[in-house]
Write a new protein. Sequence first.
Length: 114
Amino acid sequence: MCEIYVKADPILYESRSRSLRIHGFVTKIRLENLFWDILAELAGSEGMTTNQLVTKLYGEIIEYRGEVDNFASFLRVTCLRYLTLRHQKPGERPSLAVVETMPVLQHAPPARHM
């Protein structure tokens, strides 16, 4: 079973830093190459560049939470959630990684027990 994972190209888990300008400030973000590839795919699906997407995500998490302790980890989780949602089949129960933030589930009225 593990063979599919251990035979992955090492370039995928090699880290790479990128300099980005976020809200006027230049910062560096270090992620594994695979995560940069997933962010590029997500950005393309939204009609943005990777830098535009990262800046947008940063602005949205700051607006929603007020701060973010580890933005690189947030980006990794974003990638995994994107892949989970992308591969979800119609009618399939969502993964626990995304279920608590799905709008339909957040605003559902409490269940009534009769």
